[in-house]
Design a binder for this molecule. Structure first.
Ligand SMILES: C[S@@+](CC[C@H](N)C(=O)[O-])C[C@H]1O[C@@H](n2cnc3c(N)ncnc32)[C@H](O)[C@@H]1O
Length: 200
């Protein structure tokens, strides 16, 4: 994945953009690959916890929360269907819109390319389960490890800079022991607040 510091967007790699949507409702940004007999093939054996990374519905959906779907729609499956919003929000889009870390944020360190915890929470929540082991060999200021701790995953990390590792340890000592659901609600609330600032 690419993190584009100018647009503040996650830009999926070209090959991910080209991939078809998974029938479980996943989006391409977390598709994994596996190597079989020397050739790269797509696998269906991946974790994608879509309900943990849902996003707020747009204003239109909030205004008209239920509407009938034609039998020919993807929801109809041959029969007329009354569509209702999911209680945890909309499916995530292919591009994650999350602001960069800035001075004054509690998580900010002097690391020059520190990633936002909210971004890593999306990735870790969607693509792993509690107790799974997460490896970040370029851990920098420790964002992946901090988020793994928050979300009850195990982790390993390293960095070529001893100073960055020290910053990571300092952050790890301050991790809040919240239930995972509280982190999900925390990010959803922030996303909702950003959306309200943008549109009203
Ligand atoms: C993009 S930064 C990671 C930032 C991190 N995700 C964060 O939020 O702070 C990449 C990191 O890779 C580290 N790095 C570069 N070459 C390395 C190497 N050969 N072995 C280990 N770490 C390396 C750099 O010191 C840098 O901290």
């Amino acid at each position: 994945m690419w993190y584009h510091s100018y647009t503040k967007h996650m830009i999926p790699r070209q090959e991910s953009v080209a991939s078809p949507r998974d029938e479980r409702g996943g989006c391409p940004w977390l598709l994994e690959r596996e190597t079989r007999k020397g050739s790269e093939t797509r696998t269906r054996q991946f974790t994608f916890n879509i309900d943990a990374v849902r996003i707020p519905y747009g204003n239109h959906t909030l205004k008209y929360p239920e509407h009938p779907q034609a039998a020919s729609s993807q929801y109809g499956r041959g029969h007329p269907h009354l569509w209702q919003p999911h209680p945890h929000g909309a499916k995530p889009r292919d591009v994650l819109e999350i602001p960069t870390t800035c001075n004054g944020m509690h998580e900010k360190t002097p690391h020059p390319t520190q990633k936002p915890e909210e971004l890593l929470r999306k990735i870790v929540l969607a693509s792993s389960n509690p107790g799974d082991l997460i490896l970040d060999p370029f851990i920098g200021s420790g964002t992946t490890a901090v988020v793994a701790e928050q979300l009850k995953r195990r982790w390993k990390g390293c960095d070529i800079s001893v100073e960055y590792c020290r910053w990571a340890v300092e952050r790890l000592e301050l991790v809040e022991d919240w239930p995972i659901e509280r982190w999900i609600l925390y990010d959803q609330e922030n996303a909702r607040r950003r959306q309200s600032i943008r549109y009203f």
